[in-house]
Write a protein that binds this ligand. Structure first.
Ligand SMILES: NC(=O)c1ccc[n+]([C@@H]2O[C@H](COP(=O)([O-])OP(=O)(O)OC[C@H]3O[C@@H](n4cnc5c(N)ncnc54)[C@H](OP(=O)(O)O)[C@@H]3O)[C@@H](O)[C@H]2O)c1
Length: 259
């Protein structure tokens, strides 16, 4: 039987490319994000190219009622979600005390609360069916504190810690949880996060979202718990556990400083 995957943040970047990878692999889709026209375009593209059914529902996932609305939509359409991809997320560049509180609060609600709520809603059905996969998009930011993006790094630390613990809890039910940790990747993220001023964006050539999505999909299918994309990122993530914390934090700040 064809599987169905729910992808949040499917209107651009990594989420959009994950939708393409899933469709190529014959997986039906439920897509969500705020920009309805983009979701509609993607539905047309994927249904034209592949033998898959694509549903979409435009939602602002930072709103507290949205996860339940998404779950109700799937129930109403009789869509069993075999694969949940919690990908939607935003960042915000700058000093914490100068950043706009509204955006900081939205980031916390989107990156952590909606991801956790969606997992809480869809997981019991997976456990009951004794089958399911969850992939939460974390980041290489999950492994250390990040001055000049302090809240973003902290939200991604949460995503990693939550995913690893949950993977342990649900393994006995044949449900896997993968934390995908991309490094800086070409997408709309840098613009949304006002990162054009950061040195980080010019530091290294960035992989594109399609490459990261393909890597994440493979890692998820293989049931990998923590999937760090890229060799250098893997080395850095490992190194964080034994390097002095103060030095690491100061170095991240230097890398993130304005150009
Ligand atoms: N790009 C990077 O360098 C990088 C590195 C590590 C991790 N990540 C993580 O990768 C994930 C995907 O980011 P990306 O790089 O693909 O960035 P992106 O191109 O900006 O995509 C973000 C997606 O999230 C959706 N979104 C934003 N706010 C939303 C809201 N309030 N409600 C519902 N959907 C919302 C956006 O859709 P709408 O605007 O249409 O709502 C869009 O589809 C994020 O969790 C990000 O933290 C990115």
């Amino acid at each position: 039987m064809q599987q169905t995957s729910l992808i949040t943040g499917a209107s651009s970047g990594i989420g959009l490319e994950l939708a393409r990878v899933m469709a190529r692999n014959g997986i039906n889709l439920v897509l969500t994000a705020r920009r309805e026209e983009r979701l509609n375009q993607l539905k047309k593209e994927l249904e034209n190219q592949y033998s898959v059914r694509v549903h979409f529902i435009p939602l602002d996932l930072a709103k507290p009622e949205s996860p339940q609305q998404l779950y109700n939509f799937c129930q109403k359409e009789e869509l069993n979600i075999d694969i949940l991809i919690n990908n939607a997320g935003i960042g915000d560049y700058g000093l914490f005390q100068k950043n706009e509180w509204e955006k900081t609060a939205t980031m916390i609600d989107l990156n952590m609360k909606s991801l956790t709520h969606l997992t809480r809603l869809f997981l019991p059905d997976m456990i009951q069916r004794k089958n399911g996969r969850i992939m939460n998009v974390a980041s290489t930011a999950s492994f250390q504190p990040g001055p000049l993006m302090s809240v973003y790094y902290a939200t991604k630390h949460y995503v990693l810690a939550f995913s690893e613990a949950l993977a342990n809890e649900v393994a006995e039910h044949n449900v896997t949880v993968t934390a995908l940790c991309p490094g800086p990747t070409k997408s709309e993220f840098q613009e949304t996060a006002n990162m054009q001023k950061s040195k980080l964006v010019d530091r290294l050539p960035m992989p594109d979202s399609a490459e990261v999505a393909e890597y994440g999909y493979r890692a998820m299918v293989n049931g990998k718990r923590v999937a760090v994309h890229g060799v250098m990122n893997k080395i850095m993530a490992k190194a964080m556990s034994f390097l002095p914390r103060c030095w690491v934090t100061a170095t991240v700040r230097k890398i993130q400083e304005r150009k």
